[in-house]
Structure formats: C-alpha cells, structure tokens
Ligand binder design. Structure first.
Ligand SMILES: Cc1ncc(C[n+]2csc(CCOP(=O)(O)OP(=O)(O)O)c2C)c(N)n1
Ligand SMILES: [Mg+2]
Length: 639
C-alpha cells in the first residue's frame, strides 16, 4: 500500500471504529467516500487547521451529514482540535462528535448538516457570500466552497432549487463531489430515481464531470483543477462503492448499520495495530495539511491590503451604529400597511449597512423587500439584491449559507403563508443561531380575495414553536422600526417579521418592543386585559373604547414578540399582565395557540381554527369574529 492509500484506509477504519464504539452510525458512506474527502482536505482545500475560523478558508459542506464519522476522522488527521478520545466518544451525550455535524460543536465543522437537500443550497449561499465579498475585497476574500453530496441530495427539491439558482448566477467557485454509489437507505437508487445527472446538470448551467473510479484521487484532483477554470459551478460525479471493502459493500445493508466487531477487526487487519491506532507514517503524511495551511495563512496575511482587511474585519466582527429611530419619519406612515413601512425601513437600512444582502422569492412588488446596489448577478457581483425566484426553500437555505460564511447579514421574503415552504431551512438557522432575517408579508386572513390558499392560519404557531426564532408581528410604524432593530442587530438568533398587506392603525402610545409586550392602554380601574398582536392591537383598542362606554375598563396589551416577552423577568411580566386581572381575552387572526400561555385558565381566545375564505378583507375579518362587536361580546362572556 502506498502512503496515500494507507492514509485513506486509516480514514475508513477510524470511521467504522467510531461507529462501532457508538454502536450506531453510517459506515457505508464512510468507507465509500473516504477518497473524496481525502482529495479535498489533502489536495484541494486551502485551509489552516490552526486557524479553523480563518475568514478566507475554503468552506466545506458535507451535505450527506450521515457521513459525520468520516468528517471527524478527517478533521482529526488534518490537525483540527478533534482528538482520538473525541472520536471514541462519537455520538455520545455531550461529546464534540455528535451524530451529525453541528456548527459550533466541533472544531472545523462549517455547517450543521444531515437533513438531505439542505447542504447544497447552503453551500450556494456561502458561494454567493464569497463572490460578493471577493468583488469588494479581492485581496482578502478569495476562496472556494466545496460540497460532498449523496444520491439523496438529488432527490430533494430544495437542492434542485439551489442548483438551479447557482447555475443561473454562474457561481464558478462552487465545486461539488457527488458520492454516486447507486444505493440509498432502502436499496437501489434506480428504483425511485433514474435521472440523467449529466443532462440535468448541464441543463442547470453547471459544468459536469464523471470520474469512473471514485478511489482515483488523481482523477478527482485533476477534475477539481479543471473546475476552477470554469465560469460555472461544477458537479463531479464520482462513482463509488457504498461500504467499500466490507462484506456488505455495494448494498444498502451497510448504509446505516454498524459493521460489528469482527468486520471492523478485519478491516483494521490490513493496517495493523489496535482500534483507533494511527501509524506514525500516516500522522506524518497528514501533518502536511497543517504545514501547508500555516504557509497559506501567512501568505494571505501578507497579501491582504490593509484598508480592505480593516473593512472586512468590521463586516465580520464590527458594530454598525445605526440610529434606527431616524430611519424613517414615522409621521409619513400613519395608518399604513406594515409591509409598506417595512419596505421603507429596509431601503434606508440597506444604504447605511453594507452587510445587508437579500431579496424576495419573486414578490418584491408585494412584500417590498429588496436589496440595494442592483441585482446580484454574474455581471454585478456587487449587487445586494438577490432575485431568488419562486424558490422559498432554497432562499432560506441560501440565507443560512450567507450567514454562516460571515461578513454579511442575509434577509429574505415571501408571502407569509408560504413560509411553510422555507420552514426546514428556518429551523436550521435557529438551530445554528444564525442571525438571518425573514420578512414575510400578507400575515393573516386579511389577505382577502386570494382566499384560503393564501391566507395564513397556523403559520404563526408553527414558527413560534421553533426554539431560538424571534417571531415579531409589529402593529404599526413605531413597532416596525423596533422590530427591524431587533432583527438586524441580532447576533445569535434568526428573526421572523410578519407584516400586513392591509393598512393598519397607528397606536396612540408605544412601549418598548425589545421587551416583547407592553401596555398600550390602562387605567386604575382595569378589570381585565385584551392581549393582541400586529394589526389586531388597534381592533382591541376600539373594543376597549366600546367596553369603557359600557362601564368596563380594560387594559390593552400589544404583544409583538412572545419570544422577547418570555425572556423578561417576572416583575416586568407581572407589570404588563397583573395576575389579579384574570379576565383575559387573546386576539389574533391565526391559530394563536401560544396565546394560551398568557390568558390563563379563565381566559379565552378570539382566534381562527379553520381555513380562510375568499372575499374582501373588510368582510372576511368579521366573518371570523374580528369585529369590535364580537370582541366586546366575547369579553363580556368571560367569568
Ligand atoms: C430530508 C431527509 N430525509 C431523510 C433522511 C434520512 N436519510 C439519511 S441518509 C438517507 C438516504 C441515503 O441515501 P444516499 O443519500 O445515497 O446516501 P448513502 O446511502 O449512499 O450513504 C436517508 C433517507 C435525511 N437524513 N434527510
Ligand atoms: Mg447513495
């Protein structure tokens, strides 16, 4: 065995030993794709394991996150802070080597992956971020984005959306290796999928290469070098054998079942030594990655133009002190639709903060969400408006990639009801603590004429159920400004801003949105509370007026963000929602399950538990009980 073959075999054996120790994991990809990951880390990628967060490193996305054991073995041998003990703790509670790669948990892991289909569009986002920053700061940012994807990636629609946009945008520094083994979890790929990948990729404006033998490292490296000369993204289909070398190789049996001790021993036999041993010659061989890396890093430091580096550092780590209160003149937006207000705020913000990049899923005209400096395109890499097309899911995954890359703040937009299309990627943003901003409009049945397919009902509840996601539903211009401030100054969590299509009514008084909820109207004589969000706050105020005429003083609370309100101390929560006031009515034009938390057992909800209807919103709203009369009546029924 030459040293390269021995090194790759070491990768394979360590990986199946990890899986064996955990008695869980995916040996098939680890054995089958070892030469692919080796080609990248040893030959292709510009990385420095001593500076794993180097802003100009090549990025790597293991789209088939089930190959985590292989990635950890590679990171260990390449010199990242992943020890043999970490490999032994694979998949164990609180280890740094979790079942699937997790951003922020393992040194050298660039992205959380595992949900098939997400990896590729996330990489597209990274490549967009690179292309934009490279155009601005060529001496500082100039790197590639690499992906290893599996059969499953091609079957997921979101990956297709991402590939499609990457081709259109000519993201030539995006290079994917396809671990093409014709096998997936339940058996042969051909049973459910027999597309001609070459034709597909060419139709998507990608460069395509076929490597007949996925263990031919030289051929893979040559193909990568050819890819670098392309003006398009490249897909290198590498024919591999799942479970290469094990008894069940070439079958789905080895996809996700540990091989067992005897089989692992047999595979180790070729290398000698005990479990988790790595021969000195292999260690020495792989130490070249760190040696090369430190030179690359030093050369990069020398090559950076000082002014550019300062600016890039500011974009990656600095503060942009923006006076949010002066972004727009609130007076200009009395009783306006929050989507229109939001559009104006974003326009202003785009001009003040060069980190903002994003766009809409073919709905700029409706949601008013647009980036600055023209469309991001092959000709205009400085453009900060991304024409995502009708691709909500990839749009959100791409934003994850942009956020993970660093230096930029991604935002995206669509109709609120179609946020469902983006949900799996929003979930990953929240899990990875990415400060992505979602600005979706048409946030209730008040969409009106478009009818139930376009009228959100359960979306707020679904989004509020995602941990770490700050869902904000502002009521008017003042709340909008504060919502945007929350969103675009966030460091550790994504923010979802839900905006109205219809005009709203400006609230007479305002509190501090950063506390999530505040009192809009109250008196000494308060006997109950109306809690509302977004456009319904004004409705609640009108109902309170009516109730006052009838001799019932009620307090009105605006609750734009339950996420923020729940973070407040008990004293503030009690100040807003005093326990003594047990007559509480929650008002929201949606399923509104989370309002139950605040109304108590004696409270009631004015919400929506069925799909909407088509018609003028002024008629649709009362149809669902959103009228002053009904709210008054519902309040009076409270005990
Ligand atoms: C969205 C999603 N659905 C299902 C799964 C569960 N799963 C993990 S790997 C896999 C398919 C494996 O086939 P392939 O991508 O070819 O990987 P290989 O078996 O060749 O390693 C499935 C269905 C997943 N990880 N993500
Ligand atoms: Mg496969």
């Amino acid at each position: 065995m030459n040293i390269q073959d021995k090194a790759i075999q070491t990768l394979r054996v360590l990986s199946v030993e990890e899986i064996n120790a955990a008695n869980s994991g995916h040996p098939g990809i680890a054995l089958g794709a070892a030469s692919l990951i080796h080609s990248l880390y040893y030959h292709a990628m510009n990385i420095d394991p001593a500076h794993s967060n180097w802003i100009n490193r090549d990025r790597f996305v293991l789209a088939g996150g089930h190959g985590s054991s292989l990635l950890y073995s590679m990171l260990h041998l390449a010199g990242y802070k992943v020890s043999i003990d970490d490999l032994k703790a694979f998949r164990k509670l609180h280890s740094t080597t979790p079942g699937h790669p997790e951003l922020g948990v393992t040194d050298g892991v660039d992205v959380s992956s595992g949900p098939l289909g997400q990896g590729l569009p996330t990489a597209v986002g990274m490549a967009i971020a690179e292309a934009h920053l490279h155009a601005k700061f060529p001496s500082v940012i100039d790197h590639y984005t690499y992906v290893i994807c599996t059969d499953g990636e091609f079957q997921e629609g979101v990956a297709y959306e991402g590939m499609s946009l990457a081709g259109r945008l000519g993201l030539n520094k995006l290079i994917c290796l396809f671990d093409s083994n014709d096998i997936q979890l339940d058996g042969e790929v051909s049973v459910c999928f027999n597309e001609d990948i070459k034709k597909r990729m060419e139709a998507l404006n990608w460069n395509y290469e076929l490597i007949e033998d996925g263990n031919n490292v030289e051929a893979i490296v040559d193909a990568i070098n050819r890819a670098k000369a392309q003006d398009k993204p490249t897909m290198i289909e590498c024919k591999t054998v799942i479970g290469y070398g094990c008894v069940s190789e070439g079958t789905s049996k080895c996809h996700g079942n540990p091989l067992g001790q005897d089989e692992v021993n047999r595979l180790r036999g070729l290398l000698g030594g005990d479990a988790f041993d790595v021969d000195d010659d292999v260690k020495k061989y792989y130490s070249e990655i760190a040696k090369k890396g430190s030179k690359l890093y030093a050369n990069w430091q020398k090559g950076c133009k000082q002014g550019e580096l300062e600016e890039v550092n500011k974009m990656f780590n600095g503060e942009f002190n923006i006076d949010y209160d002066s972004l727009i003149n609130e007076e200009d937006f009395v009783n306006a639709a929050t989507r229109n207000i939001g559009g104006k705020i974003l326009d202003a913000l785009n001009n003040l903060d060069s980190r903002l990049i994003g766009g809409s899923a073919d709905l700029i005209a409706s949601t008013k969400v647009k980036g600055a400096d023209g469309n991001f395109s092959l000709e205009n890499r400085l453009g900060r408006n991304i024409m995502f097309g009708v691709r909500e899911h990839a749009m959100a995954a791409i934003c994850n990639g942009i956020a993970i890359h660093g230096g930029l703040i991604p935002f995206c937009s669509g109709f609120f009801v179609f946020s469902d299309y983006a949900k799996p990627a929003i979930r990953l943003a929240a899990m990875q603590h990415l400060p992505v901003v979602y600005i979706f409009s048409h946030d209730s049945i008040a969409v009106g004429e478009d009818g139930p397919t376009h009228q959100p009902v359960e979306q707020l509840t679904g989004l509020r159920s995602i941990p770490n996601l700050n869902v904000i539903r502002p009521a008017d211009a003042h709340e909008c400004i504060q919502a945007y401030k929350q969103a675009f100054t966030s460091k550790n969590n994504p923010t979802f801003i839900a905006l109205t299509r219809q005009n709203t009514e400006t609230l007479p008084t305002h509190g501090d949105l950063s506390k999530g909820a505040y009192v809009v109207r109250s008196s000494e004589a308060d006997e109950g509370i109306l809690i509302a969000t977004g456009s319904e706050v004004a409705l609640a105020l009108h109902a309170a007026d009516k109730l006052a005429e009838m001799g019932h003083q009620v307090r009105v609370v605006s609750m734009p963000s339950m996420y923020l309100f729940d973070k407040q101390d008990k004293a503030y929560q009690e100040e807003v929602l005093p326990l003594r006031l047990t007559k509480r009515l929650g008002i929201e034009m949606g399923e509104a399950a989370h309002l139950y938390k605040y109304i108590g057992l004696s409270g009631d909800l004015c919400n929506i538990n069925r799909f909407g209807v088509s018609g003028k919103y002024q008629l649709v709203m009362p149809e669902f009980g959103f009228s002053v009369e009904n709210i008054v009546e519902r309040y009076l029924r409270l005990k």
